[in-house]
Design a protein around this ligand. Structure first.
Ligand code: ADP
Ligand code: MG
Length: 258
């Protein structure tokens, strides 16, 4: 399997504060399911924006399948890589269908006509996120969790090779959190889509991800398998909380000690 994403010696800083991502070395193989965990402000969202080409590193490089990401034209990038951002807000009252159909924009011809295939993909994405019944509703008049599912559906409608999700289940109830992970896992296993999921929860990533990256103060603190990474010691160092790790057959559960 080849690398789909490659970051080498990536450094990035915002101009107006002291935060920086430093010396990020990261290779993600095609078809993997990776979770990035870390406390607030550790740089998770910044890292996803760097990976997706939204932000440019000041040093180092970001490659998508061997090609510098900034050299891939935006339209092609949107067909290959989708980012579900944290806290997306839309003020214009687009319908849920329209929002999801925006995921098809890179595929439309210059006249912007939606073909049969485009509407099929949109309907399938609505169905995967369980929001077909909301298709005609305005995005401004549904709950935060429902809107979140619409944004994930829009990303699925892009039919990307890589999907990056930034705390995409933060507004969802537990049932829908699990169902989003299941849908992503299915896409990952059946279609070989590479999934990078930023989360601040431990237990769902522990069930679904193959690899976990712990971020601390803009650096990769640890990178490895669930069992090697989700340890009492690492959780204490990175999140400053006490925990207990319960071993399961194929996974682990993290119990927080409060
Ligand atoms: P996380 O997603 O892990 O909570 P972020 O990547 O959003 O962390 O933020 C890392 C740090 O960078 C924080 O200190 C945050 O305040 C700062 N930051 C995030 N976005 C910007 C921005 N657009 N301009 C300046 N500073 C920012
Ligand atoms: Mg964030």
């Amino acid at each position: 399997m080849s690398e789909v994403i490659e970051l080498e010696q990536v450094t990035f800083g915002y101009k107006d504060n002291g935060f920086s991502l430093r010396e990020i070395n990261l290779k993600i193989k095609e078809g993997k399911f990776l979770s990035i965990l870390g406390p607030n402000g550790s740089g998770k969202s910044t890292l996803l924006k760097i990976i997706s080409g939204q932000l440019q590193p000041s040093k180092g490089f970001v490659k998508f399948k061997g090609k510098e990401i900034s050299e891939i034209p935006p339209k092609e990038r949107a067909k290959r890589l989708a980012l579900v951002s944290q806290n997306t807000t839309i003020v214009y009252p687009f319908t849920v269908y329209e929002i999801v159909a925006m995921g098809r924009t890179p595929y439309l011809n210059f006249l912007g006509y939606e073909k049969k295939k485009d509407s099929e993909v949109v309907h399938y994405a609505l169905q995967q996120m369980g929001i077909e019944h909301l298709a005609g509703k305005s995005i401004t008049r549904i709950s935060g969790g429902e809107a979140q599912r619409a944004f994930i559906a829009r990303a699925l409608a892009q039919e990307p090779e890589v999907i990056l999700l930034d705390e995409a289940n933060a507004h969802l109830d537990v049932k829908h959190q699990i169902s989003i992970y299941k849908t992503l896992k299915e896409l990952n296993e059946q279609k070989g889509i590479t999934v990078v999921f930023v989360s601040h929860d431990f237990n769902l990533p522990a069930r679904f991800a193959e690899r976990i990256l712990l971020l601390k103060e803009g650096r990769i603190f640890k990178d490895g398998t669930i069992k090697n990474i989700l340890t009492q010691g690492n959780i204490k160092t990175v999140f400053d909380v006490n925990s207990e790790i319960l071993q399961r057959e194929n996974s682990i559960d993290v119990l927080l000690r409060v």
